[in-house]
Design a protein around this ligand. Structure first.
Ligand code: F6R
Length: 266
């Protein structure tokens, strides 16, 4: 597990965007796994800029989002469909038919989940998965106690997650209780994973993810079993890591060919 500690959220976004650009340049038909929420917003903004500047071409890229609220139509302002449209899709040349987000309005939820899994398989699996992390250690919306081999399915959000996400909704609106989310097992099949975390609120979850035991009570801790995962975090999110200095040292000692992607963008 690689832990990359950077100065602030902007540096985190820059490095994450650099990885996405690098991935698409290396493999134009890449399949990207995408996250929503506050953390990756700035990364998406940078990706839009890099597209504008002609640095990256998304025309052959396929994407799969991690999750969607049940009961929100894709045009609802707080849906992840709207989020992706507003933060990325409408600004780049990705083809609409190649962008996949679970259908929160599906009448038959288990069928929708099964079909989502099949679409990921058919696309050849996810090359690069971008993840955020919840304050309770959730990845996608796999809340504590989620099966570590779970697949795309219906989940019930904790009150903590609903509170954390309340700011995305209008004042009079309730945060939905249910979501459709990729499972932990689905996420673990991605070839590479980049988890982004910024801010003090994520420090506890990050410490447990990296240095705690692997447990369903902290779903992100399963990433310890993934052979190609990097946590790109800022100083505030790194605060509770006991081996911070070692992780910094490892990053500083990287041979130039490993640091290439980062250096060309930071
Ligand atoms: C969103 C998702 C969630 C978020 C997490 C952190 O698609 O899957 O796991 O990544 O809740 O959200 P923020 O970035 O808003 O703190």
């Amino acid at each position: 597990m690689e832990v990359i500690i950077l100065k602030d959220p902007l540096e985190v976004s820059k490095l994450a965007a650099a990885h996405v650009v690098h991935q698409v340049q290396q493999k134009p038909m890449s399949c990207l796994g995408l996250a929503t929420g506050s953390t990756p917003k700035n990364m998406y903004e940078l990706l839009c800029q890099y597209y504008e500047q002609g640095k990256v071409d998304f025309s052959r890229v396929t994407s799969f989002n991690l999750d969607e609220y049940v009961g929100l139509a894709s045009h609802h302002p707080a849906s992840y469909g709207s989020y992706m449209e507003e933060n990325l899709f409408r600004f780049i040349n990705i083809r609409k038919e190649n962008c996949h987000i679970p259908n929160g309005m599906a009448e038959d939820v288990p069928k929708e989940c099964q079909s989502y899994e099949e679409k990921i398989q058919k696309a050849g699996g996810i090359d690069l998965q971008i993840l955020g992390i919840g304050t309770d250690g959730h990845i996608a919306f796999n809340e504590p106690s989620s099966s570590l081999s779970s697949r795309t399915r219906l989940k019930t959000l904790t009150e903590q997650t609903r509170n954390d996400n309340r700011h995305f909704f209008a004042e009079e609106e309730e945060v939905p209780v249910h979501v459709i989310t990729m499972g932990v097992g689905t996420i673990m099949e991605a070839r590479k994973i980049l988890l982004l975390a910024t801010g003090e609120k994520k420090a506890d979850a990050i410490a447990k993810t990296v240095e705690g035991p692997v447990t369903a009570m902290v779903p992100s801790s399963i990433l310890q079993f993934h052979s190609k995962v990097a946590l790109v975090i800022d100083e505030a999110a790194a605060r509770l890591l006991t081996r911070k200095d070692y992780y910094r040292w490892v990053y500083m000692q990287k041979p130039p060919w490993q640091k290439q992607i980062a250096d060309s963008f930071l």
